[in-house]
Structure formats: C-alpha cells, structure tokens
Design a protein around this ligand. Structure first.
Ligand code: SAH
Length: 206
C-alpha cells in the first residue's frame, strides 16, 4: 500500500471510527506524511496504531492521541499556536496546516534541528522552532490562541497559562510518568477552567 492509502486507512480506522469528527483535523492527518517524521528503521510502521521511537529516548505520539488533542483545541485557521515538545516535528506540521503561525519549543537541540530541517524540506514554513525549556513558553511571541503540550507534567506550568489569550485553550497530559490524564484548560476571565479528558501516556516534561 502506498503512503497516501495508508493515511486514508489510518484516518478511517484509527480516527473516524473512534469518534474524531473535526473535518479539518481529519484532512490535515490525511495530508501530512507521517513517515517522513519517523526514523528510517520504523518507516514501515509509520501509520500503525502506536507511538514510535524518534531517538534520545523520545517518541512520536500515536496518531489517535494527536488527533484527539488537535480536535479538543478547536483550532481556527487564523490562530497563533505554541507547541511544547517538538520531537520529530510531526504535530508541528499538522499545526502548520491547521493554523496561521506555529511556535514550537524543544529541549533536545538535536531533535529541534532535525525537526526544523524536515519541516523546511517539506515546505511547512509558518513555523518557528527554538531549543529551550518549554515550561517557560516563548514570551516574545505571546499571547497564543492555543497551546499544545506533548510531554507529561505533574501540574500545569504557570508561565504557559500566562501566555494564553483570553478565551485561549491549552491541552496537556497531567500526572506521573506511569499514566496521565489529558486536561483541556480554557482561560476565562483570567481564570483556568479545567476539563478532564481521557487517560494517556506521554514521556515526561523535564
Ligand atoms: N509531538 C512530538 C512528540 C514528542 S515527545 C512528535 O510528534 O514527535 C515529547 C517531546 O518533549 C520530546 O521530544 C522531549 O524532548 C520534549 N520535552 C520534554 N521536556 C521538555 C521541556 N521542558 N521543554 C521542551 N521540550 C521538552
């Protein structure tokens, strides 16, 4: 099966059948070539229903959890987004398709530069990447309409909440390394409204 057909099947079987409805998210996941973001040795498994290693002990998330996070953020084409944990750059590419501007912070310099090269090569140009501690956000480009955190934390980093617009949304896995829950935070009247979503398992935010 070619990559386009594999993505069609991924969207149908892993996403639509499990309740992902946002048409823009489904279309973005049909378009972005996930196999370009995984290590050569795992290319054959790029569209399978599980996370994969991307080096330095990190992983590219399972397609379903990525789609669920994107859907919950209710992204609009004009949004400016902050992503914490660039990793392979796969989620960054999806955000690039769904939104106007994407800023992404990655702790590992090697992952950040590899992701940046992949994104440039594939033509995802509305993206800025920086190596650093994502818990501090990216204050120069704040405020953000939405923030997506791809690594687990014991509690929501306050600097990230401060960098949300009023009405802005943040999604993040909260809990110990063994298992976490996804939380959707909405900034409303300057306060955090917290919605608890499904269970998940991410590498830790360090
Ligand atoms: N969305 C990524 C998933 C990467 S896994 C993808 O699609 O590939 C989580 C990433 O968060 C890892 O690359 C890890 O290095 C990074 N990370 C962990 N703690 C961090 C921190 N404090 N600041 C920035 N990135 C961090």
């Amino acid at each position: 099966m070619d990559a386009t057909s594999q993505r069609e099947e991924m969207v149908r079987v892993q996403l639509a059948a499990r309740g992902i409805r946002d048409a823009r998210v489904l279309e973005a996941m049909r378009r972005v070539p996930r196999h370009e973001f995984v290590l050569e040795a795992y290319r054959d498994e790029a569209y399978e229903d599980h996370p994969l290693p991307i080096g330095v002990d990190q992983t590219i998330s399972q397609p379903y959890i990525v789609a669920a996070m994107l859907e919950q953020l209710a992204l609009r084409a004009g949004d400016r987004i902050l992503e914490i944990g660039t990793g392979s750059g796969y989620v960054t590419a999806l955000l690039s398709v769904l939104c106007a501007e994407v800023y992404s912070v990655e702790r590992h310099a090697a992952l950040a530069s590899e992701a940046e090269a992949t994104l440039r090569r594939l033509g995802y140009l509305n993206v800025g990447i920086r190596t650093g501690d994502g818990r501090l956000g990216w204050v120069e480009y704040a405020p953000f309409d939405a923030i997506l955190v791809s690594a687990a934390t014991a509690e929501m980093p306050p600097a990230l909440f401060a960098q949300l617009t009023e009405g802005g949304r943040m999604i993040l896995p909260v809990g110990p390394s063994s298992s976490q829950e996804l939380q959707l935070i909405t900034k409303s009247g300057g306060e955090a409204e917290v919605k608890i979503l499904e269970g998940c398992r991410f590498v830790p935010l360090v």
